[in-house]
Every structure is written in C-alpha cells, then in structure tokens.
Design a binder for this molecule. Structure first.
Ligand SMILES: *Cc1c(COP(=O)(O)O)cnc(C)c1O
Length: 481
C-alpha cells in the first residue's frame, strides 16, 4: 500500500475552507506562531477516504474475523444495541449537575440506576457503582474500598493473597493500593493449592483476590471454603469478574461468599472493545462495603424520580468524570434487557459448550495441562510442538495467515507456551471447525515444515516483528522525508 504521504502533490486539497469571519480575540505571541506550513500530505478527498478505508480493512475485529483471544471475551456486539442507545448520545453529561438539571435527564439517570440493580441481581451483590472505566479500574475501586473498610475498623493489615494464575492487574492493583502481595501456587488439578492457601492466611491479610472461574477456565470447587477461611481470618474476598461470561444465571459470586466484584461490561455484556477502550468495570459490593462506594451515585427517591447522591464521608470519592463511560453502560443495559434471564443463561451455556467443543477436538494435537471439562475457555500448551522448536508464538502468527485473530499466548503464566482459546457463544460451529482445522494444520506443519510456521505471517503488511521492540519502541509516525 502506498503511504498517503507518497501520494502527496503540492497544492492538492481535499476541502477548501472559507476565510474565517470570526473576529480574532487577540494575536498569538510570535513565539507560538508557525513560520512554516506543517508537513501534511496534500491529497484529494477521495484519496483520504480510500486511505482510511484501506487502513480500517487492515484491522482485525470481531466484525471481520473470529477473535478467540482468551480472557478477553471478544463476542459479537449486536448492532441493535447501537440503535437502542443512539437517543442518549444527545444528552449532555453536565446537564444533571446544573441547578435542577436532573429533571431533564431522568431517562439517563434511571438507566444507570437500573443497570446497578441488574448487575446486583446477576452477581448477588447489594450495591454497585458504574464509575470505573475498565476492569483494572474496578479492581482498584474494590481494593480501595477494602482498605477503607479495614481502616474504619482501625484494623491494620499488610497483605493481599492472589493465586499465581491471576491476571497481572490483580497483584498490580493490590500493590498500588499499598499492600504486599503474597502469591499462592496452582495445584496439579489447576485450582489454587488449598493447603498453601491455608498457610498463607493470617490476621494480617486484608484480602484475597480471585478470578472465578479462574484464568485456566476452571471453576474451583473449593471456592466457598476459600471465602470461609478468608473471613475467619478477618480478610475480605474480591472476585475478579472478568470471566462472568461462563456463569451467568448459574452461580452468583455474592452467594458463594465474595464481598466485592467488578464486572467487565466490555467483555461479558458485549460492548465494543479492543485497542484500549472505551471500557467499563462497574464495581459491586455487599452491604458492609456499601458506604465506601465511589461517589456520586444515582439514587431513586420514593416518588420514583432519580437524583444524584453525593455519598457520605466514608466514600472513596470520585474515580471518573460524571458517571463513567455512559455510552458503554447504555449498551450493556440494552444487552441485558434484550436477552433477559433466559437469554443470559443461554449465553453462558453456549459459551461453555463452544469452549469444550474446541478443547475436545484439539486435545489430540496439543497438550492440555489441566484436563477438562473447561468453562468458557480452554488453555493448551505448545510444549509438544516445542520439541520441534515451534513455539506458541509461531502458531499464533500462522493463524493470522489463515484469517484468524490469534488466541492469547503465554498467559496464564503458570502454563508453559500457553495458548488460551475463548471462542465465546456467538460463533457458529462452522467457524469453530475452520479455526480448529487451522490449528490442526499448524500442529502438522510443526512436524513436516516447521520453517513455514517460523516465517508466518506472510499475508500482512509487515511480517515477523521483534515483539519486544515493536512494543517498546513503537513508531506510528511517517518516517520519510
Ligand atoms: C481483562 C481482564 C482484567 C482487566 O480488565 P480490563 O477491563 O482490561 O482492565 C482483569 N482480570 C482478568 C482475568 C481479565 O481477563
């Protein structure tokens, strides 16, 4: 593809703007004025359109390709949701904060309040705040509340316990909130080692953070007991709810004994994500933590109207502008109400069925470190292929040439050469089969023509990159003259 800079012809323009007829407010100081025109490409409107359309076609997205990126729940985002939330786009976020402004946005405030009620029902929690802008942000809200809870009881605690399969955001959050992180190993059956956990618990532990089901796609049968042991030591238990897609309508973390949870709306509740956002990670808590929730919150008066409640002294305060990423909240609300109770149950059942189908068809070709059945995702290891000097990364790159987004690789860290596949419920059996066929082709090539895997991808504008340098020394600007 020719770069847009290379198409530049001096004097060519896409649009011609009229001269400004707005009086100038004052002259810029000379030091801030340009002396030369900026070096922008000079191209026609049609060339601009083709350039950006062409770039958009270079993207992997759920709308173009199967995207089994484990732990990220890249499910289809129904287009009906876009239609449903369109009217809300006209509501200005400052309006409810103006004097008597609340009465103009009762619909938006009601939606936020209703969404907190729905999330509380789905997760078994008592209260929710929709402010956090991502799962990791929700984790931070949760850990800040837990810290505030212990402080309010004059209870000084130093540690947060996490399993070694946890997502990196869990220990990172605990450390950011000021705790020392204690890591518990995974037992051979794939759950947190119960004996090691018991040993790690003491009255100085503030909280246990667990993903449920865990990042190996397994539901820990001892999870209620773990909550119990934690509580007996005065610790609270935080649920990383990123894997909620596996258990909708089946189990409620609040019923098991978790004290707090975040929900990644952009994962489980089908709102667009990837490329860094926007996301939304509402945080939910049981009654004993409710006073610490971020403020402000939407409250419902006895007459059915909605108002902004500023929250009490114990609140951890404001974590985001306004009420968080409202557009995402609106889509998640539309998704939940569109599917209803039965629909959500079906989501999880199909997500789990699809993952088990992939697992069953591939386990003959790839090592399965923790034998199934799995929940909504399955984690293979490319350790068998490693004997042929093929790594998970080679298989991932090969899949790009076959038109698939690669699965998550090298996570969770407890699996060597991990390939973490999350097909989600929205994929057809035909799509799963063609992906599985490509995975089998890769496994065969590892034996017959390993070089062809090492050279992949070959269909992309740039081929194999140095992954570390590409991330650390990212160059997104035109480098030419
Ligand atoms: C995605 C994910 C997170 C972090 O959520 P973000 O919304 O990306 O900040 C935390 N834990 C697990 C298990 C995840 O999959």
């Amino acid at each position: 593809m020719e770069l847009i800079f290379e198409k530049s012809v001096p004097g060519r323009r896409a649009v011609r703007l009229p001269m400004s007829d707005v009086p100038r407010a004052g002259d810029l100081p000379d030091s801030l004025s340009r002396t030369e025109a900026p070096g922008l490409p000079e191209v026609s409107e049609l060339e601009v359109v083709r350039h950006f359309t062409e770039l958009s076609r270079r993207n992997f997205s759920v709308d173009t390709t199967f995207y089994p990126l484990g732990s990220c729940t890249m499910k289809y985002n129904p287009k009906a949701l876009e239609e449903a939330v369109r009217p809300f786009a006209r509501s200005h976020p400052l309006l409810p904060f103006l004097p008597s402004g609340e009465r103009f946005v009762q619909g938006s405030l009601g939606l936020i309040h209703e969404l907190t009620r729905l999330l509380a029902e789905i997760t078994g929690m008592d209260e929710f705040s929709c402010q956090p802008l991502a799962g990791a942000h929700g984790e931070m809200a949760g850990m800040m509340m837990i810290a505030a809870y212990h402080r309010s009881r004059d209870d000084r605690r130093r540690y947060v316990v996490v399993p070694d399969s946890s997502h990196g955001t869990n220990p990172a959050t605990a450390a950011m909130v000021g705790y020392e992180v204690v890591t518990v190993p995974t037992a051979p059956y794939g759950d947190m080692d119960l004996d090691a956990f018991r040993k790690a618990m003491n009255p100085e532990v503030a909280a246990v953070m667990m993903t449920c089901p865990n990042t190996l796609g397994l539901f820990n049968p001892h999870v209620a007991e773990i909550c119990d042991i934690a509580h007996r030591n005065g610790a609270l238990v935080y649920c990383d709810g990123a894997n909620l897609n596996a258990v909708l309508g089946k189990v409620r973390p609040g019923d098991i004994g978790f004290d707090a949870i975040h929900v990644n709306l952009h994962k489980t509740f089908a709102t667009p994500h990837g490329g860094g956002g926007p996301g939304s990670g509402p945080v939910g808590v049981k009654k004993h933590l409710a006073a610490f929730l971020p403020s402000p919150r939407v409250e419902r008066r006895a007459d059915g109207s909605y108002v902004i409640g500023e929250g009490g002294e114990e609140s951890i305060g404001r974590l985001a502008n306004f009420f968080g990423n409202f557009g995402i909240l609106a889509r998640a609300y539309a998704y939940i109400t569109m599917l209803g109770r039965e629909g959500l149950i079906e989501v999880s059942e199909r997500a789990v069925l699809n993952a088990n189908y992939v697992m069953a068809r591939l386990k003959e070709w790839y090592d399965l470190p923790f034998a199934g059945p799995c929940m909504h995702e399955c984690v293979f290891s490319a350790s068998r292929q490693m004997k042929q000097e093929i790594h998970a990364i080679d298989i991932a790159k090969f899949l790009i040439d076959r038109g698939f987004h690669p699965p998550t690789v090298y996570f969770p860290l407890v699996v060597r050469e991990a390939l973490m596949i999350e097909p989600t419920e929205t994929e057809s059996r035909a799509t799963l089969d063609s992906f599985i066929d490509a995975m089998i082709e890769a496994a065969k090539l590892a034996g017959t023509d390993p070089d062809s895997l090492r050279r992949a991808p070959r269909t992309t504008p740039v081929t194999r990159l140095d992954e570390t340098r590409a991330a650390r020394e990212i160059r997104v600007c035109h480098q030419g003259g």
